[in-house]
Design a protein around this ligand. Sequence first.
Ligand code: CDP
Ligand code: MG
Length: 710
Amino acid sequence: MPSMASNNSTHTVKVNQLNGPKADSHARRQKIEQHRKALPIAAVEKKLLEEVSKNDILIIVGETGSGKTTQLPQYLFNGGFCRNGGVIGITQPRRVAAVTVAKRVAEECGATLGQKVGYSIRFEDTTSSSTRIKYMTDGLLLREALLDPYLSKYSVIIVDEAHERTVQTDVLLGLLKTVQKTRSSSASDHAQSENGALLKKQEDVRSTNILKHSRGKKLPPLKLIIMSASLDARIFSEYFGGARAVHVQGRQYPVDILYTRQPETDYVDAALITIFQIHLEEGPGDVLVFLTGQEEIESIERLVQDRLPKLPESKRKLSIIPIFASLPSEKQMKVFLPAPDGFRKIILATNIAETSVTIPGIKYVVDPGMVKVRTYDPSSGIEPLIIVKTSKAQALQRSGRAGREGPGKCYRLYPENEFYKLKDSTMPEIKRCNLSNVILQLKALGVDDIIGFDFIEEPDRMAIIKSMELLFLLGALTDDGKLSDPVGHQMSRLPLDPIYSKALVVANQFSCLEEMLIVVSMLSVESIFYAPREKLEESRTALKSFSSTEGDHLTLLNTYRASDEFLEKSKLVSSNEKAEKNLRKWCKENFINSRSLKHARDIHSQIRRNVEQMGLCITSCGEDMLPLRRCLAASFFLNAALKQPDGTYRALSSGLTVQIHPSSVLFRGKPECIIFDELVRTNQNYIRNISVIDYLWLIELAPQCYALQE
Ligand code: CDP
Ligand code: MG
């Protein structure tokens, strides 16, 4: 008998082991299948495949959430568009979207990420040679074009979220237009003759330099699909010579729009009050709050957490989930997971959640009506990040998020008459940004005539000239506008802002590349330090142990090194996982944003690899930080400022009056001559991330800009 019992129990265990996880995943797969079939786009799968077969360029317009991004690539894969090893590439303006969507689609296909489905974004690549559906940022595809000008591995390229009209999307559209023409002429010409014909064809293609090397190479034609959530497809259709546009009907339930009676003076506070009002007074359903950036999101996250214990026990079931561009990718997926039983999810998002990321379960939207944008003033050359009102189109997209699965409510935190005063749509980024990065990329792609490039909408000529001037002053362009050798070529290979690239390229000469790699990584992420209002003194004391009297760059370097040292020591006595956990705790104690630090570490390892591949020698300046500061002067010289008698500063290249941001370690010190990383315009012109330099260094290291006054 005992043996029977033991048999029985083994049997039970076995059944559990087999059925448990498997049954779970089976149920999940079934649920996913049902979800896929129920998406609005599923009804037109066949029609879409026909349209793609018939048209080399197709524009697909469909409401957010209809299934464009996740489904279309799978339809194309199943429809045979990857035959002969071709890859379907889908570009996104945002990293977060590329990552989350790729993970979702891999799961839908029952594949491991990095096999059939993968993503590739700046500083992170999960694809392999077996990847056939590849999600990536538009900027990344542009970088790929540097190495493979015909994007020859792709059979289909889908430019997603084209309505966002980011600079990278706009440039990509221009590039793809040329690549597609070349590939279709290459395919047909090859059948007729080897040479000659193609050269003639080149004449009607602008920016022909891209085609330089195409002779004699047989390339399969490229299918191009432009996807947009805005209903107006005209601009894309006209740009592609009257290309066909198809609409995918979405599903939208009614959304009640509520406005405030009076304008709000503090929208962050108003958002906080609204979150609790919804939570305490409204029925079940998740809340999506639109904020302008990481700092704002994290401060609201803390404020909500602080207030929770003051609510009655039964009302504390709130699950706060942030989502913004630089959030580490493992955290990004959290928005898609359902909240624990009985909990309400509060998602704090940037405008990422407007169209690029569709989050299920949202019933309430809180829209303060603000968005952070980068602007550019060609006359002064400054490029501040500013917080502005959204456009009507953005407000409508935001409220639409509340009505995806049932009727919803949207709380606009401004009076109704303000809505009618909003601009209809957002101005394309290319018309309001510094173009130096784009120009560097285009030059590297062989496009010499920037003004003649076939942009979907021409950027301001003054902005082009100013940006070329900046590149010239940085030494990236020669007198006749060509990429300089080696500086310009090296700079174009780095996936960074031209000034940062310059800093790395010259750091080699100052023997401080090791330090500069860290500084640039730390500058590339938002807010390493945080100072909660109620713990201002404590956070200041914590910062003191890393701070340098010579400025924020050295402070960032010290912080990075201290964290590195802590992690290494921790790894000696505990597992890697435990050490990472300890590091997060250490960060918290030191008022360091562990998410940002992690991001900086990732960036560091990537750009270190980049400079190694370029053959640069990574040397360190050791204890003496003078070479590092001189190197900063040699690269950030366009952002130099001098102290004025009244304690403000004058930015030398723009002539603007600026002030040191209170978060800077030099806020009280007020040195004579400084360089800064960025200008933030709120009610004042604030400069951030500052280092002390000597004015004479500018004359010595940037004689093209500075001379001794007589
Ligand atoms: O691109 P579009 O806005 O048309 O839709 P999509 O991004 O393809 O999303 C289709 C559906 O997939 C939505 O219902 C999303 O909620 C869901 N989805 C998801 O559950 N998890 C993801 N990581 C991405 C999408
Ligand atoms: Mg989409």
